[in-house]
Design a protein around this ligand. Structure first.
Ligand code: ADP
Length: 429
């Protein structure tokens, strides 16, 4: 617990609010949480930053009916975006100048090998996050901008980085290394880092809770199926394998990303199709996956088309599910014993057909889905396997913002004072 000095310098108000910031290249998502009961005080989003059509959506959650306010018109940059968000919060009596604010927690996509846990951001930490830009060129620069902007707004406040990669740093070397020349790999920091770690950590812990066990007692396969998608194998609370790699491109079929592909496809596209590296990058990251296969990346739309007899949509669905099955099988082998397979994120939480199809035919692995339980719509963690099943199948809604807030608040509570450095891992990357 922290006590923040007031402007006059006297310690007064117990600071138990955390602002969570998720800064993308053209958007900022934010949530203000009250850590007394871990409730949301407000949530918001600024999108299309830098364009004429910028938009801010802000929803205060302190009153009865949550009513979303909208601002439209150009918001020039991240600084302006955060300022606009701060104004909206202030209008609800939740201003960022409040002594009740304990810390700002930032989602940072890439922490390399060095950042194995949440870290209070010092100049040295920020320099390290900058050093990782070559391995996360799309994500880390936006995260850094968000951090600098927040620091300018409240220089007195602890800012904490919570890394998407951190949960995966426990992967054994034989899972994290690509089978390429070691010197080349090390010179360019090429290895499998994994992403969505905050979600995998939260969901695997919640799954253990749902089974009435501690995380140390269970082995879990987590399937995070959003627009981006990744699987992880979590043994006794520690990640031992995950599907994303050096970048979020590897692994499952995603909304717009291909996932696993023969790397020689890229040489072929270059040599035979005459495409540039950038064009191939865009093809595999933005124009592939479900979108590339059938022209839609929203699972709702794909299911609607399948119901109307659309064969391209049906094939896209089958490819998506086939890849999922391969990962469930592979991770069952990696873990040896599986206690639960857990679905989460937009598709995983909402698409009963995906869950049913991914588990269908896996009875030999102890996996069965109960059609009735699978059809239930709920925002709560729940089992969708029948009582007799050897392995539980579950749906656990993810909550990355709550996990970031929890980790931020726990760290600030431990560190007791703003800016205090905490251990950031042993390996210099
Ligand atoms: P991200 O955070 O990666 O943008 P989300 O976890 O919010 O993604 O998931 C977004 C995706 O979830 C959508 O693209 C859509 O395919 C899927 N989705 C959302 N709601 C539903 C639903 N009711 N049924 C099926 N799929 C859904």
């Amino acid at each position: 617990m922290t006590t923040t000095p007031t402007k006059e310098g006297s310690a007064a108000v117990q600071a138990r609010r955390v602002l969570v910031l998720n800064s993308g290249s053209s958007s900022v998502k934010y949530q203000l949480l009250d850590m007394n009961d871990r409730s949301r005080l407000a949530i918001g989003l600024v999108e299309r930053i830098g364009e004429e059509t910028s938009r801010l959506l802000h929803t205060p959650l302190t009153g009865g009916d949550a009513e979303t306010r909208e601002r439209t018109g150009r918001i020039a940059d991240h600084a302006a975006a955060l300022k606009a968000a701060a104004e909206e919060l202030a209008a609800d009596g939740l201003g960022l100048d409040s002594p009740e604010l304990a810390a700002i927690g930032h989602r940072v996509v890439h922490g390399g090998l060095r950042f194995t846990r949440p870290t209070v951001i010092t100049d040295e930490v920020l320099t390290e996050i900058e050093r990782l830009v070559p391995v996360a060129p799309l994500h880390n620069p936006a995260n850094i901008t968000g951090i600098r902007t927040a620091q300018a707004l409240r220089p007195d406040l602890p800012q904490v980085a919570v890394f998407d990669t951190a949960f995966h740093t426990t992967m054994p070397e034989y899972a994290a290394r690509y089978a390429i020349d070691v010197e080349t790999a090390d010179a360019h920091r090429i290895r499998r880092y994994g992403f969505h770690g905050t979600s995998h950590a939260y969901v695997s812990r919640k799954a253990a809770e749902l089974l009435g066990r501690t995380p140390e007692e269970v082995n879990v396969i987590v399937l995070h199926l959003g627009n981006g998608a990744s699987a992880s194998a979590v043994a006794a609370g520690r990640c031992v394998e995950t599907s994303m790699g050096l970048t979020p491109l590897e692994g499952l079929v995603m909304g717009t990303r291909s996932g696993d592909i023969d790397p020689a496809v890229t040489f072929h596209l270059k040599r035979v199709a005459g495409m540039s590296t950038d064009e191939i990058d865009v093809l595999l990251n933005k124009k592939s996956g479900l979108l590339g296969l059938c022209g839609d990346n929203d699972m709702r739309e794909i299911r609607r088309r399948i119901d109307e007899g659309d064969e391209r949509a049906a094939l896209a669905f089958d490819i998506y599910v086939h890849r999922l099955k391969k990962y469930i099988g592979a991770y069952s082998a990696v873990l040896g014993r599986v206690d639960a397979v857990v679905f989460t994120a937009g598709v995983g939480e909402n698409s009963a057909p995906v869950r049913e199809a991914a588990i269908a035919g896996l009875e030999e692995l102890g996996l069965v889905v109960d059609a009735g339980l699978n059809a239930v719509r709920s925002g709560e963690p729940r089992l969708i396997s029948p009582n007799y099943a050897r392995v539980a199948v579950a749906v656990v809604p993810t909550d990355e913002e709550l996990e970031i807030a929890d980790q931020t608040f726990a760290l600030v509570g431990r560190a007791e004072s703003a800016g205090q450095e905490v251990p950031v891992g042993e390996v210099d990357n």
